[in-house]
Design a protein around this ligand. Sequence first.
Ligand code: ZN
Length: 278
Amino acid sequence: MRIPLVFMILLAVGIPHLAWALPQTEPVPGGVVILPLGTNGSASPQVLFDGTRTTVVRGMKQEWHAVIGLPLSLKKGDYTAYIDYGGQQTPLKFTVLDKQYQTQHLTIKNKRKVEPNQKDLDRIWKERKKKKKALRHWQDAKPELSFIKPVEGRTSSQFGLKRYFNGKPRNPHGGLDIAAPEGTPIKAPADGVVLIADDFFFSGNVVYLDHGEGVITYYAHMKEYRVKPGDTVRQGQVIGLVGMTGRVTGPHLHWGVYLNQTAVNPALFLSPPPPESP
Ligand SMILES: [Zn+2]
């Protein structure tokens, strides 16, 4: 069945924060757009953005919404996602606005964590493959987007900062840093399944959780993790402890949130969102 034209011309900016477990809309690089899909059908419609399947959730009035993560590398402009009806793809247009992220300079005492040797690079390569595989994981379970904050504490680094380590440009900050004393329990923000619990070169002790339909969360620099791959976790369950393993300047939780294999701003999933500075 075709969806009405009104739903195809999308005003992504105008959709308010919906109380039923949706992130806030911020149609910018590193942000999230929520596209209404109408109320057709009982089965979850399939939506693709940039060739990748996106999360689709159902609202209180039974209307479907695509929840799409926008890569930090995206330029402002008009974009199209596609809703797939039995192989026939209908375009869903939306606009991405500009956002300027601030620059952050960090000094790392362990120089190898900034300029790894060949053995380190081999390890980093393997870890990247493992991470990409985890992000591609698709579980058809109803996605969990109603998050609690995994650790209480102040934001020590915002998502999206342009980063320099010891003066060298590196990838932008793909998560939200929450400062907390070493040993503070880290809670699962929502029900999920553990995809990875491991020790990574840059990220230290890490856990990846799958919350269904491409909603993946990520915890780094932990002192220790307390789950193993395949474990089912409940919202609020302790999955590890805050630490300073990997490339860090002090104890904190690096919290990442991924939609359609794309890192997005975790602050959009918290209510109320933490302040924009520092
Ligand atoms: Zn971080």
